[in-house]
Design a protein around this ligand. Structure first.
Ligand code: DGL
Length: 292
């Protein structure tokens, strides 16, 4: 049983559907990135059934306005609710940054975003209070991580003041999808993007985009003594605590497929890279329409 305590925003008191252990966990992202979160989910909670939605028709979210991302995210949530999921993980930093509040207002089941769990973990691990954040332009400019870190830092008794350095790294998304994990071009771009973080002597870095775990090696190479926080992994830990607290965790492996995958545009791009992000092949991927 996990021992992590929940950030206060996850202590729901509103009316819920009566959830059952055998219902699936719903996960969505703008595209393929959220599969790194599903990978963690399958590792950490192997008995759970997962319904994944990748909004590939409208990817990327990272360069869109807050109102557009919020509308798309609400439509993804609606799709998952219709499939009777017991909990939803927003496996997209951009959607978590821009739409979590709107979604939590409408969703009848617990919704876990990636921001608060990752911020909490960064604060727990940082010794110096010098914390870096990297993500899409929309995530960084929303300042959602910066606010979460400031808000949650009150819980931590720290000698030094919190120092936050945030850098958008938009090119990391295509590099991760291209499979250029060790390519010299990726290394060069990583050095350029991460230079301000290195200069600021951060000791902890939040990977604030679900694509970035694929570039862990090159990021760690450029920032060798920095603790990397995988936002998706932290969200899965919080989801696990909620499932146990509410006693709706799956006790045995389901006879159905573990990961049911839906995308809004059946592009070959998704199918080609999905296995690399997930760590195992997807047997069936279905195209669906969400929204109006
Ligand atoms: N995976 C998304 C995230 O975590 C980034 C991709 C996009 O821009 O849609 O923010």
């Amino acid at each position: 049983m996990p021992t992590t305590t929940l950030p206060s925003q996850y202590s729901w008191s509103s009316s819920y559907h009566l959830c059952q252990a055998e219902q699936a966990i719903g996960v969505f992202d703008s595209g393929v990135g959220g599969l790194t979160v599903v990978r963690k989910l399958v590792n950490i909670l192997p008995h759970e059934r997962v319904i994944y939605l990748g909004d590939t028709a409208r990817v990327p979210y990272g360069n869109k306005t807050a109102s557009t991302v919020s509308k798309y995210a609400q439509e993804c949530v609606q799709f998952l609710i219709e499939r009777n999921v017991k909990l939803i993980i927003i496996a997209c930093n951009t959607a978590s940054a821009l739409a979590l509040d709107d979604i939590q207002r409408i969703a009848p089941v617990p919704v876990v975003g990636v921001i608060a769990p990752a911020a909490e973990s960064a604060l727990r691990h940082s010794r110096s209070g010098r914390i870096g954040i990297i993500g899409t332009r929309a995530t960084i400019h929303s300042a959602a991580y910066q606010h979460a870190l400031q808000q949650l830092s009150a819980r931590y008794d720290r000698q030094q003041e919190l120092c936050i350095i945030a850098e958008p790294c938009p090119l990391f998304v295509p590099f991760a999808e291209e499979g250029w994990h060790y390519h010299p071009a990726t290394r060069l771009v990583a050095e350029e993007y991460l230079a301000p973080l290195k200069y600021a002597s951060i000791d902890t870095l939040i990977l604030g985009c679900t694509h970035y775990p694929l570039l862990t090696d090159v990021i760690q190479d450029v920032l060798p003594n920095v603790r990397l926080i995988n936002s998706g992994e932290e969200a899965v830990t919080v989801a696990s605590v909620i499932l146990h607290d509410r006693n709706i965790h799956a006790l045995q492996r389901s006879m159905n497929r573990t990961v049911e995958c839906y995308i809004t545009d059946k592009s070959t791009a998704f199918l080609n890279v999905a296995e690399r992000f997930l760590g195992f092949p997807l047997s069936i991927v279905e195209e669906v329409h969400v929204g109006k």
